[in-house]
Design a protein around this ligand. Structure first.
Ligand code: DHB
Ligand code: FE
Length: 281
């Protein structure tokens, strides 16, 4: 049977992708950001997962205000990196895993999580930057990727609790797939940041570190954080953190922390990163 073996949480700041694409990772501004990912890169290279489910948000790239799915699961054979205004990032095409993706769609929809099934979708920095951070700059991504896109751009986004429970349903779906696949779930976005209006530039390390602590040890508490609390404490784009709860819900209650990294600033954002493994494995 397939199994979720680990979770990865990471910010997906577009400037991180640009720094990698333009060879700037050793510059003083970026060096400490990337240094915190080194251990995770070695870990995932050794782990060699068979599939990655990447929970991310589209930033008005594949979807616009014309169509706003709350949860959209990528079931296609492949997903092209999008042109976000500066041309598509020079990263490999993202190959999907349609068989597992359709199985997840069936399982979670019958479990009453009404995902949108997407058979054609471009993927933006929300998905490609986390892949670059963990896998570096390979010719091909080392494993197939199932994109799970969450609306955190247009109010109302899903609650943290809904995301946490969707993660649990995804775990159940994976564990009922009859092939021996070792699956890693990525939750992306965050941490605190606000890109607009009077509070643009807001960063709140106290909130972020409490969120990291709770996500690890008390995920139910993290799942109950209200939208207004994200907005007030973590800024308007801090709401991206609900996507980390999908990843956490897909893991067991008790997890081992393989890596934890927090660095301010990266572009307008507090960069946060966790690698978690199930204790029982
Ligand atoms: C930034 C962060 C994001 O998560 C994003 O989607 C766009 C920009 C930033 O910090 O610049
Ligand atoms: Fe974002």
């Amino acid at each position: 049977m397939a199994k979720v073996i680990a979770g990865v949480a990471t910010s997906h700041v577009p400037a991180i992708g640009v720094a990698m694409d333009q060879g700037k990772t050793e510059e003083p501004y970026w060096k400490p950001v990337f240094a915190g990912y080194q251990k995770s890169r070695e870990w995932i290279e050794e782990l060699k997962p068979d599939v990655a489910i990447v929970v991310y948000n589209d930033h008005a790239t594949a979807f616009s205000l014309e169509v706003i799915p709350t949860f959209a699961l990528g079931c296609a054979d492949e997903f092209q990196p999008a042109d976000e205004g500066w041309g598509p990032r020079p990263v490999p095409v993202v190959k999907g895993h349609p068989e597992l993706a359709w199985h997840i769609a069936q399982s979670v929809i019958l479990d009453e999580f009404d995902l949108t099934i997407v058979n054609k979708m471009e993927v933006d920095h929300g998905l490609t930057v986390p892949l670059s951070l963990l896998f570096g700059q390979p010719e091909e991504w080392p494993c197939p990727v199932i994109p799970l896109c969450v609306n955190v751009v247009q109010y109302p986004p899903p609650t943290g609790n809904r995301c946490y429970n969707l993660g649990k349903a995804i775990r159940k779906a994976v564990e009922s797939f009859d092939k021996d696949l070792r699956v890693v779930v990525f939750g992306t976005g965050g941490m605190s940041h606000q890109l607009q209006a009077e509070r643009a530039g807001l960063i709140n390390p106290e909130f972020d570190n409490r969120f990291l602590d709770e996500l690890i040890a008390e995920p139910e508490a993290a799942s109950r954080i209200a939208h207004l609390d994200y907005l007030r404490e973590a800024g308007s784009e801090g709401i991206e953190l609900v996507m980390w709860l999908v990843m956490r819900g897909a893991l067991e209650r008790d997890v081992e922390v393989i890596n934890r990294h927090y660095h301010v600033p990266a572009s307008n954002t507090a960069v946060g990163h966790l690698v978690l493994e199930n204790v029982s494995d």
